[in-house]
Ligand binder design. Structure first.
Ligand code: C5P
Length: 250
């Protein structure tokens, strides 16, 4: 399908790419991060359910560890997932960026809006997913969910050795800073062009779109969309799930 004949983001179907190929070394030794359990269910399954919970999302592409695609396929088969959603599993790459690109390579032509969501953010609420989709459908080429910061942030001259004192070089005005989460949402053509053009190492997809000179907009994120990175985050995630179960029970 050429770009001209592609439906506009306002009308088109929405797919989600979930990079889940990271080792998660900061979480300690063990299985790849996305396959670790939260309350007995792999983090990846929570993340897939969170995206598939949006009525907008009709395809979820999971980017599995390079040697783990078969295992991830059987995990998806073994867990209850919405029937109206299609699922694809592809093997990932050495970096998050490569993994996302491999997911985009598997995207069928009819999807004009793409969400990219970290498997490591398993508890993102559906309202956040929907807010991102709606902003892309309203015409933004790239959308990020974002939260104000509690901490003041300093820019430092990084020390050669971890733990050594580091000179502070600047203090950006906190009120103008945001912590950015996922899912990040994109007009398909824009995201594919960004991944074909930008080769710098980046930590999120939206910054690649910024490098193309296009405007990225932020919509309100959610504290439950935090990234599970360190061991304490697992405790927090299980506490959030326990609170949800209690709330659902009443
Ligand atoms: O390492 P980080 O926490 O930034 O990873 C964010 C997301 O990117 C995780 O869901 C992780 O599984 C994924 N990732 C990937 N391929 C890699 C590295 C990270 O899919 N090579």
């Amino acid at each position: 399908m050429s770009d001209e004949s592609r439906p506009s983001p306002a009308q088109t179907a929405v797919a989600a790419v979930i990079p889940a190929a990271g080792r998660g070394v900061r979480l300690g030794p063990g299985a790849p991060k996305a396959l670790r359990a939260l309350n007995g269910t792999p983090m990846l399954i929570h993340a897939v359910r969170a995206l598939a919970a949006s009525r907008h999302v009709s395809l979820v592409i999971v980017v599995a560890p390079a040697d783990g695609a078969a295992e991830v396929k059987s995990l998806l088969d073994a867990h209850a997932l919405p029937e109206r959603t299609d699922f694809l599993v592809v093997p990932g790459g050495d970096t998050r960026q490569e993994s996302v690109k491999l997911g985009l390579d598997a995207l069928p032509p009819e999807y004009g809006v793409v969400l990219v969501h970290d498997a490591a953010r398993p508890l993102v609420p559906v309202d956040t997913v929907d807010a991102v989709v709606e902003a892309v459908r309203a015409g933004a080429p790239a959308v990020v969910p974002a939260l104000p910061l509690a901490d003041t942030v300093k820019e430092v001259e990084p020390a050669a050795e971890a733990g050594e004192p580091e000179p502070v070089v600047a203090t950006p005005e906190r009120a103008r800073l945001r912590a950015v989460q996922t899912p990040q949402g994109f007009d398909r053509t824009t995201l594919i062009r960004a991944h074909e053009t930008v080769t710098d190492n980046v930590t999120d997809d939206a910054s690649m779109v910024e490098q193309l000179g296009l405007t990225v907009v932020a919509v309100p994120g959610h504290e439950e969309a935090f990234k599970v990175t360190r061991p304490l985050d697992l405790v927090l995630a299980e506490a959030v799930l326990a609170r949800r179960r209690l709330n659902d029970g009443f």
